[in-house]
Design a protein around this ligand. Structure first.
Ligand code: BGC
Length: 763
């Protein structure tokens, strides 16, 4: 309002004079204190408001209106769903030149696995078990996104997921809390330029937002957004650790989840947001809701907009994503005493602190430097994307050493995903341009001397069902149904196969068959492709399946029919080059599954760290009155930690440095690993521990360490793990993090099915 009275020519000068610049020697607290002293109630509520402009790709049904007017009136704290330097610059200019207090805005985005250069989907990255590479993926994404105007990422998603029907398993690190915690930390450190917030203001780091707090990965029936009902014991031991690890690593923000927790939706859950997050874990950053999750509490039956907004603020939520319940109702709720000024101030302060940490008060245009635009889609990002992809592939089968392919072989490259770019970036790659992606066929052609050896045929549609395809194609065509009949497609493929030495079939899921709102009740490869695989297997030619998927699939039949299977997930911008390189053996695959693959959906939820029943079935042999199924084994098709290599490895039995352990000491467990095959390669050596007797039931095995070891062929190495009392702690019935004396089993092996153990006593 004040600005209207100022003559136009004085406009800029006056603005400069009132810029909230940081006075010399002013501390962060002093600066924010004096800024807040100038703010009206509406301006404070404005900081709590996160909006999305209407032309963005949105994941809800609501978008923001009167965006420009609100920014000018100081009613917006941050924006997402906006991309590109020029656009973001204009909006930041509006905020810092035309709003009364000229407070800079946060610009967020779902930078989930890379930015314009798409890296493999997070589930794939986790399969690398390579923490340095995963950290680098976040760092590279931060470099690229900050060069394009962004300063805040809605990542990492650290929700533990044990139900592959849930489509968002693609966005996380799988089923295990130990691995999930290590990856959560690596991602936060990568985005924020180090642990904590010290390096946030370099202009090259992103504020990270760990999500979705909490338990979003455990919806009933695997149906997205659905109810979660879980014991506290399971929350603390299995589901909370990765969120806590991200908080401990200094994540600057936390996003709530859509689901309810103990009957209270997460965005209004005081126990979760205040007791656990702030009081128990000491979180100091700000909490943002998920997309309209505040007003979605109306559907949960918690009350009207005013009631759910007040509930959320009082619970500890600081920022309201899109629903504008805070902006529109908190003033009234303050007047009627339903919320306090102190609560509004606390939320506003936390958001201003994040802006301060990002260096936005020092320079609101810190992330808007034209000279950095060449960093977007630069050669180093693409090179890294290929490297990351290769390291995320998991070799599921390799009979007769059919892989790696040999130079002179004639290849029939078949399948609906063999010559496809649009599905390569994977789900949640909203900023990536699929046209920049490399199809597998292109990857083969990019290899010198290979092009003339490759014959291509589509072979089948991803799915023949137009109704299903329409659900997948909401944001662009991922499943294209050919104008030719399925019979014609198959006939062409069989002709190509007949002329080849080896068939490589690229099959699986379209990228949008996983991700948000992409739950499936069947995890089979679509029928159209099953028929193709069956027909190809009957040719008698070696059949290599290159499987693209955003989640574990039920592939018993295909695993049996194929000679080799390489799981490449959705591998990102460089997918095609990475697939060709690995198939030809430039890189020896070393990925390991981070989610169990079920035999059928009836086994779900499925995970390795189960607790025993009173009636265990003793392996996969059926026993009456034992805990088993009449029609399927208990074991998964492929266990957690599973993955082969072009070479082979042998393990010795673990050896302990001592057979007992006391509280302040440690012991070591070691094995000798030998590369017994014909190629150099890496192996992820996994340490599992079982707590034999405790006051509550404990998992049969828990991952407690891992090392990725490179061995030349014929080489041996001793791999040593250190075990101390802290590693043995768990949350007991009183939710106390403690260890209990007694015996423990130690397993070191190639996957979660490892059997040989040695034991020690905790004294
Ligand atoms: C998703 C979040 C995402 C947000 C903003 C929601 O639908 O659940 O993961 O960060 O949209 O795009």
């Amino acid at each position: 309002m004040r600005l209207i009275l100022i003559p136009k020519f004085l406009f800029f000068i006056v603005l400069v004079a009132t810029t909230p610049c940081i006075a010399q020697k002013q501390t962060k607290a002093q600066f924010i204190g004096s800024l807040m002293a100038k703010m009206t109630l509406q301006e404070k509520l404005g900081q709590l408001n996160l909006i999305i402009p209407g032309d963005a790709s949105v994941t809800g049904t609501v978008v923001s209106t009167d965006v420009e007017g609100k920014i000018k009136r100081g009613l917006v704290g941050g924006m997402f769903g906006i991309a590109g330097l020029e656009k973001i610059k204009k909006v930041q200019e509006l905020a810092v030149r035309e709003s009364r207090l000229r407070i800079p805005m946060l610009f967020g985005s779902d930078i989930i696995h890379g930015y314009k250069t798409a890296f493999p989907i997070p589930l794939a990255l986790s399969a690398s078990w390579d923490l340095a590479m995963i950290e680098k993926s976040a760092q590279m994404a931060a470099l690229e996104a900050t060069a394009d105007g962004l300063n805040w990422t809605f990542s990492p998603m650290v929700d533990i997921a044990r139900d592959p029907r849930w489509g968002r398993v693609a966005e996380g690190a799988g089923e295990d809390p130990f691995l999930g915690s290590a990856i959560a930390k690596a991602m936060v450190v990568g985005y924020q330029g180090g642990a904590g917030n010290a390096n946030l203001s370099t202009g090259k780091s992103l504020l990270s937002c760990v999500k979705h707090f909490a338990l979003y990965g455990a919806p009933e029936g695997g149906r997205d957004y659905n109810t979660v009902d879980m014991s506290r014991h399971k929350m603390y031991n299995d589901y909370f650790p990765p969120y806590k690890a991200a908080v401990d690593a200094g994540a600057g923000s936390v996003m709530t989840s859509f689901n309810d927790v103990d009957g209270v939706p997460a965005s209004g859950n005081k126990w979760l947001l205040t007791s656990v997050l702030r009081n128990q874990w000491g979180f100091k950053g700000f909490v943002v809701s998920d997309y309209t999750s505040v007003t979605e509490m109306i559907n949960h039956g918690i009350g009207d907009t005013a009631a759910v907004s007040a509930l959320s603020l009082n619970a500890g939520l600081d920022m309201d994503m899109v629903s504008e319940g805070f902006l529109n109702t908190l003033q009234k709720s303050l007047q009627s005493g339903k919320v306090s000024m102190a609560a509004i101030d606390a939320a506003c302060k936390r958001i201003l602190e994040a802006k301060y940490d990002l260096g936005l008060f020092e320079d609101p245009f810190k992330y808007l430097k034209q000279e950095r635009s060449s960093e977007v889609l630069s050669a180093d990002k693409r090179a890294f994307a290929k490297e990351a992809a290769m390291r995320s592939f998991v070799l599921l089968k390799n009979d007769n050493q059919v892989l790696p392919l040999k130079q002179g072989q004639k290849i029939a490259l078949i399948g609906p995903l063999a010559n496809d770019r649009s599905n390569m970036p994977g789900t949640w790659s909203i900023n990536a341009d699929a046209k920049q992606a490399v199809a597998v066929l292109e990857g083969f052609h990019n290899r010198p001397g290979i092009g003339s050896k490759v014959m291509y045929a589509k072979g089948a549609n991803l799915s023949d069902d137009p109704v299903f395809a329409a659900k997948i194609n909401v944001f662009g065509e991922k499943i294209s149904i050919d104008t030719r009949t399925p019979q014609a497609l198959l006939a062409e493929a069989l002709a190509v196969a007949a002329a080849s030495d080896v068939i490589v079939a690229v099959v699986g899921e379209a990228s949008e068959m996983s991700g948000e709102a992409a739950s499936r009740s069947s995890l089979d490869i679509p029928e159209s492709q099953q028929k193709l695989i069956e027909a190809l297997s009957k040719t008698g030619k070696p059949l290599v399946l290159v499987l693209m998927n955003g989640r574990p699939l039920t592939i018993a039949k295909e695993l049996n029919a194929a000679t080799a299977v390489l799981d490449v997930w959705h591998a990102g911008t460089e997918a095609g080059n990475a697939v060709a390189s690995v198939l030809y053996g430039d890189y020896n695959p070393a990925g390991k599954l981070t989610m169990s693959f079920p035999r059928n959906v009836g086994q779900i939820p499925i995970y390795y760290s189960v607790r025993n029943t009173g009636r265990p079935n003793g392996g996969d042999v059926f026993g009456k009155y034992k805990s088993n199924y009449l029609d399927v084994e208990n074991s998964p098709l492929l266990p957690f930690g599973y993955g082969l290599s072009y070479t082979s490895f042998s393990y010795t039995k673990p050896v302990l440095s001592a057979n007992s352990l006391t509280a302040n000491a440690s012991l070591t467990a070691s094995i000798t690993l030998t590369n017994t095959g014909n190629y150099d390669g890496e192996e992820v050596v996994q340490l599992y521990i079982k707590d034999d007797v405790a006051s509550i039931t404990r998992p049969l095995k828990e991952l407690k360490g891992f090392q990725k070891v490179f061995l030349k062929k014929g080489e041996s190495k001793t791999v040593i793990f250190t075990i101390d009392e802290k590693l043995l702690r768990f949350y007991n019935a009183d939710l106390k993090h403690t260890s209990e004396k007694g015996s423990f089993q130690v397993y070191i092996g190639t996957n979660a099915l490892v059997e040989n153990s040695v034991s020690f006593q905790l004294k």
